[in-house]
Structures are given as structure tokens and as C-alpha cells.
Design a protein around this ligand. Structure first.
Ligand code: UDP
Length: 413
């Protein structure tokens, strides 16, 4: 067992590691390629950063490729992302033409590696048309959808479905998100890496220096939301909840920490709306962080008294998983992947309005012993369900199934 795998065994338990080793034996030497549209920012990049080295470590030749495009391409794919999450937004044909041409151009560059691969994972809608431009593909192609596509704007889904239907399988994060498609579908939730800078243990010095660096008062309670500046994450709703809490707990501080993703052109606009709403309130710390701020985010999640993820739509919500791993319950929007993670009164509270969030924040502020107990349960919940080792085991099972003929049904859990 390599040192790295050994290290995971200590955190995730030997059983899952032993399964991974057994599953990897018949797959050794296989060529796998993951394709998405950004190396920086957002949950998919976060997962691939960890998953790809781990797959290589167990003997599967795994590469990560990123497609690139111009502004209009990202404008189109952001609209598509919003439409899949339910926003009624029509995408003009001119943008769809750019979307397809950008994929065709990327396919020119990636064709050899994609057509040679035994398994190709295409993440989210941005690179979905690549398959069409790789007519001599040798391997199985899997479309992995990380977003909440349960109630998409139908015209946009119909357009995208043309590309997705040609895949050999698709993967969704939740059963609720799956769609009528002519191929097997697998439910595999995302996961966190417990050994990464974002999630490893930190010492008191790290926490203290984070307090100092951002002038956060360690003696007063802190609420935190970590998110890209995206309307679906509802940063304005978080500020509203904070203001409601402040009436009764004037000591409260709010940290809104975020950054952009290179494939998200709306971030600037949303950040501007957030700045306007914050005004000159000295107790709101609006932190625009560079993309490699993993240790800082880790420290913020550890120093927070209350963690929020008040999303209106959420594919999974890795920030929830990350906070759980630090023993923090989460007050989260009652939507998508947050429903899978936040169990009322056990690992946190699900809310739909700023008023509901404020009520739960006040409750937790007044019951630190309940916060500790819920936090303990939340961490165990992650250990059992949402560590990267679990996800790796499930992906290996999927690859085994697709390449060894068990295509109809595999129970992954
Ligand atoms: N994240 C980050 N910096 C930021 C904002 C978010 O590193 O400024 C990370 C966050 O810690 C999490 C991921 O990006 O690991 C976001 O994943 P999530 O599933 O919560 O949301 P997404 O951005 O994919 O919609």
C-alpha cells in the first residue's frame, strides 16, 4: 500500500481502501480522461484536483483536460447552467453556434487523447458536444452532471439532450436529478478530500492568524458563508438573515468569503450587488479570495460559530460537506444536494427564507452544546458517505460495470 493510500486508510477506514484496491486490480493500466471547463474555482475543479492524482496512484492512467473558449462561450454555458437549474432563459442561436464551434475546436486539440481513452468523463454541459466530434472513439463516454437539473427550462434541456443521449452512461449527484435518457444512469454524490489543505486539521496558530489577518473579533460570534458570487447561492439573503439576527444579537459578525471561477462570467455583477448591500457595515467581512485560498477557507470554516449555505439551487454543496468535516452543523437552503446532507435537528437546519435562517441562527447561538452534538454527527455523516475514497470506489465500480458488461444495473451502495 502506498504512503498516500495508507494515509487515507487512517481517516476513511481500512474497509473502503481494501475495496478500492480490489476494484483497481482489473482496471490497472486503463486510460481515463476527465474533461471540464476550468481548473480553478467551483466544486468540479475541487474534486478533480484530488481525484485525478488518486486514480493515478492506484494504477489507472488518468488525465485531466480543460476546454477553453472566448467570452461568448462562457456566456452561453452560464446561461445553460442557469436554465438547467430552472431559470427561464432562452439562448440565442448565435450563442449556441459559438458553443458548438468552441467544442469542435477543442476536439481538434484533444481528439487523439479522447479517441484513444478507455473511459472519458465529461463534466457538466460545457464540454458535452465533444463526443459528436470524436467519431472514432474507442472507449466508453460518461456525462457527469454536477448541477441540479431536476426542473430545467425545457427548451434548453431538449437542446442539450441531443448531445447527452449519445453517451454510454450518465452520472448525477442525486436520484432526484436524473433524467429520461437512453442509457444507464448512476447516482454518485461528490465528496471531499480529508487530507487536502482545505480539510486537514489546523492548529490554533492558523486560526488566530486568520482572525488577525481579516480583523475578525475572536470574542464575538461569527456566521460564515463560503461561495462563488452567484445568485443561486443567495448572498443577499444571507445578509438579510444577518441583519435580522443583529437586532437581537448586536455582537454578531458575518463573513462572506468567495471568489470567481474562470468559467463564470456573472461573478463580478453579483459581487457588485453584494458590496452595495453590505454598505459600510464594519461587522460584515466581505472577503474576495484568490483561488488557492484553501487553507484560509479551512480556517474560516473552523473559526465560524454558525455556517450557512443558503442556496436557492444547489447541485451538491461541497461547502456544506467541508463545514461538516470541521464539526460544524450547517443552516442550508432547502434544495438539491443540501437536502441530502442537512438533516433537520441532526446535521443542521434547512431553511427557505432569511427569516427562517435567522430563527435557526439564533437557536444555535443560544445552544452551544447542541451545536457540538450536531457537529459531531455531521462529521461522522461525512466520514461514512462523502469522503473522496467513497467516490473513488463508486467510480471504479462504474468503470468496471461499463467495461465488463454489467451495464443494466449496479447497486453502488
Ligand atoms: N471555494 C473556494 N473559494 C471560493 C469559493 C468556493 O475554494 O472563493 C470552494 C469551496 O470551498 C468548495 C467549492 O469551491 O470546495 C464550491 O463547491 P460547491 O459544490 O459548494 O459549489 P459550486 O461552486 O460548485 O456551485
Amino acid at each position: 500500500m502506498s504512503d498516500l493510500i495508507q494515509a487515507y486508510s487512517k481517516v476513511a477506514g481500512e474497509e473502503v481502501i481494501s475495496h478500492i484496491q480490489q476494484l483497481s486490480l482489473p482496471l490497472k493500466g486503463m486510460k481515463v480522461v476527465h474533461v471540464n471547463s476550468t481548473r480553478i474555482g467551483g466544486g468540479v475543479a475541487e474534486i478533480l484536483n484530488k481525484l485525478v492524482p488518486l486514480m493515478n496512484e492506484i494504477g489507472i492512467d488518468t488525465k485531466w483536460e480543460v476546454i477553453t473558449g472566448q467570452n461568448e462561450f462562457y456566456q452561453c454555458t452560464k446561461n445553460m447552467h442557469n436554465a438547467l437549474q430552472g431559470t427561464k432563459i432562452s439562448i440565442p442561436d448565435s450563442l449556441l453556434t459559438i458553443y458548438e464551434k468552441t467544442n469542435a475546436r477543442n476536439a481538434e486539440r484533444l481528439r487523439n487523447i479522447l479517441e484513444e481513452a478507455d473511459i472519458v468523463f465529461i463534466h457538466d454541459p460545457q464540454p458535452a458536444p465533444l463526443l459528436k466530434y470524436c467519431p472514432n472513439r474507442k472507449g466508453k463516454w460518461i456525462w457527469r452532471c454536477h448541477i441540479d437539473a431536476s426542473h430545467p427550462y425545457v427548451p434548453v434541456w431538449k437542446y442539450l439532450r441531443k448531445f447527452v443521449s449519445a453517451y454510454d452512461a450518465s452520472v448525477f449527484s442525486l436520484a432526484d436529478f436524473s433524467k429520461p435518457l437512453p442509457h444507464p444512469q448512476y447516482i454518485i454524490p461528490p465528496s471531499i478530500d480529508p487530507l487536502s489543505e482545505k480539510n486537514m486539521e489546523l492548529d490554533e496558530l492558523d486560526i488566530k492568524s486568520t482572525h488577525d489577518r481579516f480583523s475578525i473579533d475572536p470574542l464575538r460570534p461569527v456566521m460564515l458563508q463560503v461561495s462563488r458570487f452567484d445568485r443561486f447561492k443567495d448572498p443577499l439573503g444571507v445578509i438579510e438573515a444577518y441583519r435580522l439576527v443583529k437586532v437581537f444579537s448586536p455582537n454578531i459578525q458575518l463573513i462572506l468569503a468567495g471568489g470567481g471561477a474562470t468559467d463564470d462570467p456573472e461573478g463580478e455583477e453579483v459581487l457588485h450587488e453584494v458590496c452595495t448591500s453590505v454598505g459600510d457595515d464594519p461587522d460584515i467581512h466581505l472577503l474576495v479570495l484568490p483561488p488557492d485560498s484553501h487553507r484560509t477557507i479551512n480556517a474560516l470554516q473552523r473559526l465560524a460559530d454558525i455556517v450557512l449555505q443558503k442556496s436557492i439551487k444547489e447541485g451538491f454543496g461541497l461547502t456544506v460537506t467541508e463545514a461538516f468535516w470541521k464539526g460544524k452543523p450547517v443552516i442550508g437552503g432547502d434544495t438539491g444536494g443540501i437536502r441530502l446532507q442537512v438533516i433537520n435537528h441532526h446535521t443542521g437546519f434547512r431553511v427557505t427564507t432569511p427569516e427562517g435562517a435567522a430563527l435557526r441562527i439564533r437557536y444555535l447561538l443560544h445552544h452551544p452544546e447542541i451545536v457540538r452534538e450536531m457537529g459531531r454527527k455531521a462529521k461522522e455523516f461525512v466520514r461514512e458517505n462523502f469522503l473522496i475514497t467513497q467516490q473513488l470506489r463508486e467510480l471504479l465500480t462504474l468503470i468496471f460495470g461499463l467495461t465488463h458488461g454489467a451495464e443494466d444495473r449496479i447497486e453502488l451502495r
